[in-house]
Design a protein around this ligand. Structure first.
Ligand code: ADP
Ligand code: ADP
Length: 226
């Protein structure tokens, strides 16, 4: 586990657009932080900076006591669950989850232990030999989460992972993610534009607007304000 602390983080895109204007956020060990706000407010930019997919032009990003501004994505102890979960269509569920670990040269026995454990937690065990096309949308999304879980990261980053699912499935998966969080207790940062999703999931809610933090705190405290 690890804390994530953003200290006066800024992002000016090449061309001069200031997308993030000095953001301070502190996510404690094992907490689930949701970044919420309208389209274009900078959520994705901020998450991508934590992941190392976007350079930081000001301030510091601290993961577990280490400033990661100059550290490669693969060395940040994070795993990201993407919106377009792009599974390899010709590979089984098992191999989809094992792929990244194999690339890192992990031993096959350790890979099997990790994939089996993730499949158990995600209730995918009976589907391990199936191809993605033989799965429902919710099951595919769970495989995408499995690929992140097997990395055993200190921090999970979620980029609108439910936005491609229909309304009913979205609600079901929201509950599943919450359960998974309680079980794994991994520090998480989750981006969404959906207020209800944010409310359900967040320990800490960060409401963003125009590249800045508008409000931060417990979701009930924020939304119950008159
Ligand atoms: P959100 O995730 O909240 O929808 P983004 O972080 O994607 O917002 O975008 C924040 C702002 O930065 C938007 O105005 C967007 O147009 C701008 N932006 C995003 N990516 C780039 C880029 N590569 N170059 C310039 N501006 C960008
Ligand atoms: P490799 O294992 O060769 O790095 P991958 O396809 O697993 O191949 O990943 C490519 C790059 O993306 C690597 O730097 C890897 O650490 C990173 N990566 C892969 N999957 C994730 C993920 N879910 N979250 C964060 N980084 C990832």
């Amino acid at each position: 586990m690890a804390n994530v602390t953003l200290r006066n983080v800024r992002k000016t895109y090449p061309g001069g657009f200031e997308a993030i204007k000095g953001v301070n956020v502190d996510v404690g060990d094992g907490q689930f932080c949701v970044l919420v706000g309208p389209s274009g407010c900078g959520k994705s930019t901020l998450l991508r900076m934590v992941a190392g997919l976007e350079t930081v032009t000001g301030g510091e990003i601290d993961i577990g006591g280490r400033i990661v501004n100059q550290i490669e994505p693969a060395d940040r102890d994070i795993a990201m669950v993407f919106q377009n979960y792009a599974l390899y269509p010709h590979m089984s569920v098992f191999n989809n989850m094992a792929y990244g670990l194999r690339n890192r040269g992990m031993k096959e026995a350790e890979i099997k232990t990790r994939v089996d454990e993730a499949a158990r937690v995600l209730e995918l065990t009976p589907m391990l030999e199936r191809k993605p096309r033989q799965l429902s949308g919710g099951q595919r999304q769970r495989v995408a989460m499995g690929r992140a879980i097997v990395r055993q990261p200190k921090v999970f980053l979620f980029d609108e992972p439910l936005s491609n699912l229909d309304a009913k499935l979205r609600i079901a998966m929201r509950v599943e993610i919450r359960k998974l969080q309680r079980r794994l207790n991994t520090t998480s940062i989750y981006v969404t534009h959906d207020q209800l999703e944010a409310m359900t999931l967040a320990d800490i809610l960060v409401v963003m607007n125009g590249g800045q933090v508008e409000q931060v705190g417990n979701p009930l405290a924020i939304y119950e304000k008159p």
